[in-house]
Design a protein around this ligand. Structure first.
Ligand SMILES: C[S@@+](CC[C@H](N)C(=O)[O-])C[C@H]1O[C@@H](n2cnc3c(N)ncnc32)[C@H](O)[C@@H]1O
Length: 313
């Protein structure tokens, strides 16, 4: 992982130092070079984006690991959410289509996949390389502001209306997205998720949750990533850019879900990001080291059964 993080940081520095007018040409030349190397060593694949875009979403120097992680994540959705091949799914913060590519091997022609993301370039790559091959796959850029992922974004994440109608989806999911958003932004996204899900539909999301067990471990530096700073009731990696990685209070997340009439299906599956000897994603079940929260959208007739009091941590 260290080498992947180093390459990601070097690319980030190079991006900052490159004059804006030259950036697209340099990026294209770099992508052509890394694609050529991957073709020569026979790890290139048409649904796998160039290295530069993979590093936008995570430490995916190795394109095989990129694909394997997505296969495992999709297996989680299939097994834990009883997903059918005809489902209508929404990928919130879909990045460069990591899970979309794996979904092309699962959904049949009656199923649909929609994905949106704040960042334009990965979405354009998905439109050109995935949607062009699979007509039931669609990608949109939400142009939401994110200091890390879309600093020029024009829409505040706390104000975004998801670009989809009400009650549209059987399953919505957000993988490693809420660990990059501030609490007010997450609150809006959870509310919007409830709007676009059909009653009885499921939401799958990953978080790093702070509770009585994890807070002392995080404070002692026993988490990946390390989150040394307190900010309101969250823990963050970097105070100058809190959304670069953020862990949220479990009680706050439970309250948000409750307000949105999303009933959490217990138990929350706590991940290995904190307190474990091996915190890597690839040695975690289903390829997620974050905590997995699955919830169902209540029908209006059973909303009153949702508990609204503070939940135990
Ligand atoms: C760690 S990456 C995960 C990408 C994808 N979910 C995956 O698992 O491959 C986080 C993604 O969330 C997106 N993101 C962050 N804040 C966002 C926002 N406010 N609106 C939409 N997307 C956002 C980023 O652009 C980035 O693609």
């Amino acid at each position: 992982m260290a080498s992947e993080n180093l390459v990601g940081r070097l690319l980030e520095h190079a991006r900052r130092l490159t004059p804006e007018a030259a950036a697209p040409f340099i990026a294209r030349a770099f992508d052509a070079g890394t694609d050529l190397v991957e073709r020569i060593v026979r790890v290139w694949d048409p649904l796998t984006p160039p290295l530069r875009l993979r590093l936008h979403i995570g430490p995916f120097l190795n394109s095989r690991v990129y694909r394997l992680s997505a296969e495992r994540n999709v297996l989680a959705l299939r097994e834990l959410c009883d997903l059918e091949t005809t489902a209508h799914v929404l990928d919130i913060g879909c990045g460069c289509g990591r899970m979309a590519a794996a979904f092309t091997r699962f959904l049949n022609r009656s199923g649909t996949y929609d994905g949106f993301d704040a960042a334009r370039e990965p979405i354009e790559w998905c439109q050109e390389n995935i949607a062009s091959r699979f007509s039931n796959f669609r990608f949109r850029c939400s142009d939401t502001f994110s200091p890390r992922y879309n600093p020029g974004g024009r829409v505040r994440a706390a104000d975004l209306t998801f670009p989809y109608g009400d009650n549209r989806f059987d399953l919505t999911f957000a993988a490693s997205v809420y660990t990059h958003m501030m609490p007010k932004e997450v609150a809006n996204f959870v509310g919007e998720t409830a709007r676009v899900l059909r009653p009885g539909g499921l939401n799958f999301a990953t978080f790093c949750l702070l509770n009585d067990r994890t807070l002392p471990l995080v404070a002692a530096g026993n988490s990946s990533p390390q989150l040394p700073h307190s900010l309101e009731d969250c823990r963050v990696r970097d105070l100058s850019d809190p959304a670069s990685f953020i862990a949220q209070r479990e009680t706050s997340i439970r309250a948000l879900y409750s307000k949105a009439a999303l009933r959490i299906i217990e138990p929350i599956r706590y991940g290995t990001w904190v307190g474990s000897a091996d915190r890597s994603e690839m040695s975690s079940p289903y390829g997620f080291n974050q905590d997995i929260v699955i919830a169902v959208k209540l029908c209006s007739s059973n909303r009153e059964s949702l508990s609204v009091g503070p939940a135990p941590e």
